[in-house]
Design a protein around this ligand. Structure first.
Ligand code: AHR
Length: 571
């Protein structure tokens, strides 16, 4: 694509698409959001899609997941035990497996999080009755009932790939190598670069004795977690030195390409990334570095809790959360640019392996379910905004893992004993599935921005205010989204964050004729609506009512506080 093509003006584009902008008058037919709803009377916004301007392939892995030995995530959320009355597969909650299958979860990260840098993977091996009980991170007693083999069985049952994190804070590098060897050494085989025969006591033999003769073939390896914080309070230079030492040699086996992921910044701390990469580059040895981990949480606006409230929020807090969540775009751009600045490692892509909203206490599903929180329609909007950012930067983001899949922050599922529900965020993941593996194409959204009413207000402080050091974004995009192509099918996802305004929008697809359109919309009467065990379908997607396309153009009304996906078949 030439630069001239890329700067094709909107005016010219609209002429090409034979669009008569802003002359269409329509009435809004959609429901409200808990705030007074204004009817749309004219075209309020435009989306110009340029299928001929590819950005990159959308890695299906941006729809990946994360579970940790924390609160009720693993114990109760994922693991109920083989003897439980709750439907299970080898002790793993069947409803969790089914929901993850439904959204075709590509990758599952485990065991942490902060837990990973204190976890001895050997503790979770062998006969359950012989496994040690430990005082573990998050001030919990860890029974080790759910260990490596149970995790691998979880992945197998879901049909997803594992992403493990090694402990580099408390364990020596040798444990990291052996963790890889235990997982990947073929039964009775040896590393491809070794001439030695397999010893009868090799780790592959031990794995077989523990029930898995076949190797787990784990590609993704986190080299520590949050090493700037719970993972060791390291400086960037100390972390780079640790990364070099832990990865200078790794056991490689035929058919498995290891993908080491380095610890990235706390939020948008570009200084961390620059210094890590600078320091890595100071040693000229070639090293494998597949990805840079990014953790970016969006705290709620402070109420009585520093991180705000999951359920009780006003208009200001609504826009503030979404505006600060949108900072993800800056995080992605800044850190990718920082990687590019240092030659030699610049094949690395971003692995946003923890993201989501993080609220204060008050909506936990039980006292021991640490960090569990409710998820409303507002969180569905944040999910859409975030996934669209990843897709608009498809060439930069190699993986993303929502934190965390069940019974935690920004969860897709909530479970307590025999009760289970999916959250509005689950529906967004499902609605966005057609994007997976597609080619992200340029799409320009023009709509009046929304001023963040709390932009000058207090910046959240407290335990996990990762956005605390950032200036909250002053303006929230009035409409945002992303577009992708698969063959002749164009998928467009759109978030309307307005609490009161449906946006009648003119969508123009450059150089194409639309032959058919269908869509799905997630919207609720009230943006505070959420699913709970008694009302698991309070927020549920429905078919969008879509008008007739004309040539390459469609006028569509996006309800207030909604997430919509439209699928166009192009001639
Ligand atoms: O997701 C909860 C915690 O948040 C993770 O353990 C840690 O990596 C982050 O601080």
């Amino acid at each position: 694509m030439t630069p001239a093509n890329r700067t094709l003006s909107r005016r010219r584009f609209l002429q090409d698409a034979a669009v008569a902008a802003s002359t269409v008058t329509l009435a809004s037919t959609v429901s409200g959001s808990g705030f007074a709803q204004a009817a749309a009377t004219a075209v309020d916004a435009h989306i110009d899609i340029l299928p001929a301007e590819p950005i990159g392939t959308i890695a299906p892995e941006i729809y990946s997941h994360f579970i940790e030995q924390l609160g009720g995530v693993v114990y109760d959320g994922v693991w109920v035990g083989e003897t439980s009355k709750i439907a299970n597969h080898k002790g793993i909650r069947q409803a969790f497996i089914d929901a993850m299958k439904e959204i075709e979860a590509p990758v599952l990260r485990w065991p942490g999080g902060c837990f990973a840098d204190t976890y001895d993977w050997r503790d979770g091996l062998g006969a359950a009755s012989k496994r040690p009980n430990r005082t573990a991170f998050w001030d919990q007693q860890e029974s080790n009932r759910y260990g490596l083999h149970e995790f691998m069985e979880t992945c197998r049952a879901i049909g997803c790939r594992p992403y493990l994190a090694g402990d580099i804070r408390s364990a020596p590098a040798k444990d990291f190598y052996q963790f890889i060897e235990y997982c990947n050494a073929p039964a009775g085989d040896v590393p491809s670069n070794s001439a030695a025969p397999a010893a009868p006591d090799s780790l592959a033999v031990e794995r077989a004795a523990n029930g898995s003769p076949e190797p787990f073939n784990v590609e993704y390896w986190g080299v520590g977690n949050e090493s700037w914080g719970c993972g060791g309070n390291m400086t960037p230079e100390e972390y780079a030195a640790a990364f070099r030492r832990y990865t200078a040699w790794l056991p490689n086996y035929k058919g498995v390409k290891l993908k080491p992921v380095a610890v990235g910044p706390n939020g948008d701390d570009v200084d961390w990334t620059r210094r890590v990469f600078k320091s890595l580059g100071e040693n000229p040895e070639k090293r494998d570095l597949w990805g840079l981990s990014i953790h970016y949480y969006t705290s709620g606006s402070p109420t009585k809790f520093a991180e705000g409230d999951a359920l009780n929020f006003d208009e200001g807090a609504h826009y503030d959360l979404l505006a600060r969540g949108s900072i993800m775009e800056r995080v992605v751009k800044d850190h990718f640019a920082a990687i590019q600045q240092y030659g030699g490692q610049n094949q690395a892509r971003l692995v946003v392996d923890e993201w989501g909203a993080w609220y204060g206490k008050g909506t936990e599903i039980g006292p021991t379910y640490q960090f569990s929180q409710q998820s409303t329609m507002r969180d569905a909007l944040l999910s859409g905004i975030t996934l669209d950012i990843f897709q608009r930067h498809a060439e930069k983001v190699g993986m993303a893992n929502v934190a965390q899949s069940i019974n935690c922050l920004h969860s897709l599922m909530l479970a307590k004993e025999d009760k289970f529900t999916v959250t509005p965020t689950f529906h967004v993941f499902k609605m966005y599935m057609p994007h997976k593996g597609g080619t992200a194409v340029r799409a320009e959204f023009s709509a009046q921005g929304i001023r963040n009413p709390l932009a000058n207000g207090p910046i959240p402080v407290g335990g996990n205010s990762y956005t605390g050091s950032l200036e909250p974004e002053r303006m929230l995009a009035g409409l945002s989204g992303s577009a992708s192509m698969k063959g002749k099918t164009l998928t467009l996802s759109v978030v309307n964050p307005h609490l009161t305004r449906a946006l009648t929008t003119e969508i123009a697809v450059g150089g194409a004729t639309i032959t058919s359109v269908k869509g799905t919309v997630l919207v609720s009467r009230n943006v505070h609506d959420h699913n709970d065990f008694e009302h698991p379908k309070a927020v549920y997607p429905v078919a969008a009512s879509v008008g007739q396309a004309s040539g390459g153009r469609l006028v569509h009304t996006f309800p207030a506080a909604s997430v919509t996906t439209l699928q166009f078949e192009l001639a």
